[in-house]
Write a protein that binds this ligand. Structure first.
Ligand SMILES: *Cc1c(COP(=O)(O)O)cnc(C)c1O
Length: 380
């Protein structure tokens, strides 16, 4: 059989991410029937290891949705915002807006509180809004992939709780790359996916569902089918999925999570991500005219956004730098499209991103930053 000739690019984007060879090999493990006892052998360890990685304890039930992170987010909206209730969404960038748009697309009464690109959630402004709007549910982004900003998840949840609302958290691009301590987070539901810091192919949205969310979902009507967390939980507790799973991905996920928890160790994994954030910070501080976009204390351990010198254009980044690096075997991220378009229109400096999530190692990152630096120097 003729194999297609696809270029083997090393991905330094923000998802999908680089996949290790042993995880690719795990795709060759046997397929299985989705209502057979074989499910326990995959989804049993998967769910146990997900709990460990999240620090979820027994307080949250992990659920795998067929789809992606957005599927889990949509389920949180459909199952946990009741008719007549108001949802406040808090956005610090493109993915914050994404959660809001999902709510609006599902006919929910929603308001979007937006902060400027590159900033974290301002707690005083949020508190004022909570008092004024009195929302039943508040959604926000833990790690804003478009700007490299990590919000203080626990503090934001605590503030939302103080005002009697239920926090829904989008953790798509940070889960697997940082300690969540979910059991003590205050989140009612935490959504994530396989293809970012878990370094797997896309295919499952992952939801961590609290008992409180489970109870509320029972009272909400018109939840759809695959977005109904009550139905999802019933199957998840049997180590099954509500609809037919991607068996290939389930095998890979089983192997990858065992490796993360039993071989690499979750603390080592989180430390590796923090180390790579430090590497990018040190690299940027040596580069003339470049700066970290996110404020210190709110910089993501999985994706760094870097402000370019004034005058750099999206054309230079997308056609020049990105294509040059492709020729050298790397897929570069020339910035989140809509964000750079907005910044360019406002005459502001553009942002590039360095994805350092999942199974990227400090050695791989060092090599990539060297190549990227050579290309960026050509801009000046
Ligand atoms: C990638 C991403 C999403 C969307 O996830 P999909 O898996 O593509 O549906 C949502 N939120 C954040 C923060 C992301 O990084």
């Amino acid at each position: 059989m003729n194999k297609p000739n696809f270029a083997p690019l090393k991905l330094f984007i923000t998802g999908p991410t680089y996949i290790r060879d042993d995880v690719k090999q795990a795709a060759l493990l046997p397929e299985f029937g989705h209502r057979d006892t074989e499910n326990d052998l995959r989804f049993g360890p998967i769910r146990e290891n997900l709990r460990i990685l999240a620090g979820a304890g027994a307080a949250y039930e992990p659920v795998l949705f067929l789809g992606s992170g957005s599927t889990a987010m949509e389920a949180s909206i459909r199952s946990l915002v009741a008719e007549g209730e108001t949802l406040l969404n808090v956005s610090v960038g493109a993915f914050g807006d994404h959660y809001y748009n999902i709510a609006v697309a599902n006919g929910k009464k929603a308001e979007n509180l937006k902060f400027d690109y590159g900033q974290a959630i301002d707690m005083a402004v949020l508190e004022k809004k909570l008092v004024e709007l009195k929302p039943a549910v508040v959604s926000f982004t833990h790690n804003e992939t478009s700007t490299g900003v990590t919000n203080d998840m626990k503090a934001v949840c605590a503030l939302i709780r103080k005002h009697g609302a239920m926090p829904l958290v989008d953790g798509v691009s940070i889960f697997g790359g940082a300690d969540l301590d979910l059991a003590n987070s205050g989140a009612a539901m935490y959504s994530t996916a396989t293809q970012k810091s878990l370094a797997l192919p896309a295919g499952f949205g992952i939801g961590f569902i609290s008992r409180e969310a489970e109870e509320k979902s029972k009272t909400v009507t018109c939840k759809g089918h695959t977005t109904d967390i009550t139905k999802q939980l019933e199957r998840a507790r049997k180590n099954q999925t509500l609809t037919t799973p991607n068996c290939t991905l389930a095998n890979q996920m089983c192997v990858q999570l065992e490796r993360i928890v039993k071989e690499e160790g979750v603390a080592n994994r989180f430390a590796r991500h923090a180390e790579m954030r430090g590497m990018v910070e040190a690299w940027v501080s040596r580069l003339d005219g470049f700066e970290m976009f996110a404020p210190k204390g709110y910089r993501s351990p999985t994706v760094s956004a870097v402000l370019c010198p004034a005058g750099v254009t999206t054309g230079q980044l997308k056609k020049g730098v990105k294509e040059s690096l492709r020729g050298q075997g790397y897929l570069m991220d020339p910035g989140y499209g809509k964000l750079n378009a907005a910044l360019e229109a406002e005459g502001r400096r553009l942002v590039i991103r360095v994805g350092h999530m999942g199974d990227i190692t400090p050695d791989m990152l060092a090599e990539y930053l060297g190549k990227l630096e050579a290309e960026l120097k050509k801009l000046q």
